[in-house]
Design a protein around this ligand. Structure first.
Ligand SMILES: [Ca+2]
Length: 370
């Protein structure tokens, strides 16, 4: 099973490792192969998250369980580096991750594609449309509501205060249009290797809304739930939903510094609990359980715009030699790359690169999100 830690990916380090390791990825002999893409739910979704003092517990005395964890995933895209042998799938599925372990999880397959290392692999959690494939009997009412409203997530859960057993229900119905790119397992070649018959697990984590920010390193992650407990049921309907989260604008009280760091996430300025939820949900995509992906900023919040002009573009810089900075909102501080190269980065985004130069200068430019 997967672990629940969320490790930082040191992107250039991975690139350097790739170069030094060379073609260790196995079958790249020019043949054709198949890649099956599977969905995987982190155990936090299936088993819930328990109060405790362990690394993966909620530290401030709350249990959380999910009865439904419905999400849309799809639009897998990959290439063998520099755009070569690009493959993509238009399939988008909707699945209840809470019941995935006992139901179908295969959602798309690439057949007869060139074998080798697809060093750039990604996918999306898009707003669904009428073409969405219902993978494991998600209630049609939910699917229609997701299409109608552009929701990528419907999460139905309960938070319980262990000191007295009191509980509250919450329902998160959220548009979280995220493009995940450059997925990689730590200490392995980036992306996915395609051989004769290969597969990749696309994993959604379930616990990021309890992270104390958007941490650079897993050692810094704490899971805390007091903020959710403190949300007021403003409309007195017995469940915490979007209007309640949007009304919770006292961000400094809900997410106090220095315990929380709200900078560096997919939403540049978090002004409510709703922003925090959407931003954290926009970081939950992984491969092979713990393999980190870069995530795009979240964009429009209305269904009409989620797939159109507001969609961010990813541009690849043209530099070679010194790596020239990591994408905005990915892994702050993970950039190394003040080597000796003379590459020119052509990205012009408003990102702020926070890397400090200690790299070997062997990477290629990572591109930026706009
Ligand atoms: Ca309510």
């Amino acid at each position: 099973m997967t672990k629940t830690k969320c490790s930082t990916r040191w992107i250039l380090a991975s690139a350097v490792a790739m170069l030094s390791i060379g073609g260790c990825g196995g079958d790249s002999g020019g043949g054709e192969g198949n890649l099956t893409v599977l969905l995987e739910a982190e155990e936090t979704i299936v088993d819930g998250i328990q109060a405790g003092t362990g690394d993966e517990n909620i530290l401030d005395g709350f249990d959380v369980d999910f009865s439904r964890y419905i999400a849309t995933v799809g639009l897998v895209a990959m290439n063998q580096g520099g755009g070569s042998n690009a493959q993509s799938s238009s399939t988008v599925v909707v699945a209840d991750f809470a019941s995935l372990p006992t139901t179908a999880s295969e959602f798309t397959t690439f057949q007869g594609i060139p074998t080798g290392q697809y060093s750039e692999f990604g996918f999306e959690t898009p707003a669904p449309d009428e073409t969405v494939v219902n993978l494991n009997s998600v209630d049609s009412t939910d699917v229609e509501a997701m299409i109608e409203n552009g929701w990528s997530y419907v999460i139905d859960g309960t938070i319980t205060r262990v000191s007295d057993g009191a509980s509250k229900d919450f329902l998160i119905e959220a548009d979280v249009p995220t493009i995940y790119t450059r997925c990689a397992l730590a200490d392995q070649e980036p992306g996915v290797n395609v051989s004769r018959n290969s597969s990749v697990d696309v994993t959604l984590h379930g616990d990021h809304i309890f992270f104390n920010g958007f941490p650079d390193e897993e050692g810094n992650v704490q899971r805390l739930a007091q903020w959710l407990w403190d949300i007021e049921d403003t409309n007195d309907d017995g469940v915490l939903t979007r209007p309640d989260f949007e009304a919770a604008t006292d961000v400094g009280s809900l997410f106090p510094t220095p315990v929380y760091r709200l900078a560096g996430g997919p939403i540049s300025e978090i002004t409510s609990a709703w922003d925090f939820i959407r931003a954290q949900l926009g970081t939950q995509g992984h491969i092979f359980g713990e393999g980190e992906c870069e995530w795009s900023p979240l964009w429009a919040t209305t269904p009409d715009e989620t797939r159109s002009s507001a969609r961010p573009r990813r541009e690849t810089g043209s530099g070679t030699g010194a790596a020239a900075g990591i994408v905005a909102g990915t892994v702050a501080g993970a950039d190394t790359g003040a080597g000796t190269g003379a590459g020119t980065d052509t990205g012009t985004g408003a990102d702020t690169d926070t890397g400090t130069g200690a790299g070997a200068g062997a990477g290629t430019d990572t591109g930026r999100w706009h």
